[in-house]
Design a binder for this molecule. Structure first.
Ligand code: NAD
Ligand code: K
Ligand code: MN
Length: 355
């Protein structure tokens, strides 16, 4: 029987609640199908690790992950530690260390979810946002000069490389081509950002020639937010920079019902390194430790993990079960207006897998 080695990094806050829930569901799925199994290794990295060791993960931590088949991640972010330390010390270290340059974020309205766009049907809102995940605004290039001085200057440069933009564009066109509508919207800001974003637009036009069957258009990022609200059915696959896609995908998740539902994969399409799957949300300080976290975003991330492993049938089974569970309002967590707990939703998913 095939064994997949999965690294589990719950991290901080509700990450510690939803990653174990994801492991429980993956184990239930493996047990019910009996064609593969998982070996989980847990890594207690994050804020607690930082308090003990002064770093979010060990310096050689990537080596412990390198040979895993995939990584299941929770969230980096601790109420007592500055956000840029937790983010750069753990999640971005892994994403950038393993060159997981494609961040893929599907959004749709699952059955039974009361999405805020009242006239919007599940057919109207079915998107995938492709986020450039290795450079751009989060390249980490910049600094502070004369820190604290009235004349202080601080910069975070947006760095885009031709190779980096070409590979994410090609990934996005290919993904759009694989979806029924073959429709790609290239999100841009080339009116104001007149160097990197102009190159971004030129590369989009260049790569589009490799995909003559994909219909594509361009939208400025500010206009894109309005289009998501006003004309959701005109969108299908979107590609955007690291920062733009980060923002657009939280909006997308909220429009589809809750931040707690939305999944993502940080993918190395060339498979040189393990890819990492996680819900798009963070540590959720306001609800951590209370059993209120919606685990659906993590379960959907597990679907993406299974697809990445090539376990298409298991992925489809888990997605179908997730949809059965969201269809039942008694199994909605508080973010969806219900009163179910993380454990109750997890148990309901496991029970339906076994049924
Ligand atoms: P957040 O996603 O943690 O929370 C935003 C809001 O959504 C909160 O009201 C929260 O309760 C709610 N929410 C999020 N996930 C939920 C779930 N599964 N179920 C129910 N409700 C949910 O964003 P934030 O408050 O901006 O950030 C908190 C911390 O998380 C910060 O330290 C931030 O840097 C970090 N963060 C980490 C990641 C990551 O590791 N990938 C992503 C985003 C934020
Ligand atoms: K996360
Ligand atoms: Mn985000």
């Amino acid at each position: 029987m095939k064994t997949y080695e999965i690294a589990c990094i719950p991290g901080d806050g509700i990450g510690k609640e939803i990653v174990p829930a994801g492991q429980t569901v993956l184990a239930a799925l493996a047990a019910s199908r009996n064609t593969f199994k998982f070996e989980f290794e847990n890594f207690g990295w994050g804020g607690d690790w930082y308090r003990r060791h002064g770093e979010m993960m060990p310096a050689n931590g990537l080596d412990a992950l390198r040979n895993k088949d995939a990584i299941l991640f929770g969230s980096a972010g601790d109420p007592d530690i500055l956000d840029h330390i937790t983010l750069w010390g753990l999640r971005l270290k892994i994403c950038q260390g393993f060159d997981q340059y494609a961040n893929v974020r599907p959004t749709r309205i699952l059955p039974g979810i009361d999405a805020p766009l009242k006239r919007c049907t599940p057919e109207d809102l079915n998107w995938v946002i492709v986020r450039e995940n290795s450079e751009g605004e989060y390249a980490g290039v910049g600094g502070r000069v004369h820190q604290g001085h009235p004349l202080e200057v601080a910069t975070d440069l947006s760095v885009m490389t031709r190779a980096g933009v070409e590979r994410i564009m090609r990934y996005a066109f290919k993904l759009a081509q694989s979806r029924p509508r073959k429709l790609l919207t290239v999100v841009t800001k080339s009116n104001a950002q007149r160097h990197a974003m102009v190159m971004w637009d030129e590369i989009a036009a260049q790569i589009s020639k490799e995909f003559p069957d994909v219909k594509w258009d361009k939208e400025l990022v500010d206009a894109a937010t309005a289009r998501m609200v006003n004309r959701p059915a005109t969108l299908d696959t979107l590609v955007a920079t690291n920062l733009h896609a980060d923002i657009l995908s939280d909006l997308a998740a909220a429009l589809a019902g809750s931040l707690g539902i939305a999944p993502t994969g940080n993918i190395d399409p060339e498979r040189r390194y393990p890819s990492m799957f996680e819900p798009i949300h963070g540590s959720a300080f306001d609800i951590m430790g209370k059993g209120l976290a919606n685990p659906v975003g993590t379960f959907w991330s597990c679907v993406m993990l299974l697809e990445h492993l090539g376990e298409e049938a298991a992925a489809a089974q888990l997605m179908a079960v997730i949809e059965q569970v969201t269809a039942d309002p008694a199994l909605h967590t508080r973010d969806l207006g219900g009163s179910a707990t993380t454990a109750e939703v997890t148990q309901a998913v496991c029970a339906r897998i076994a049924a």
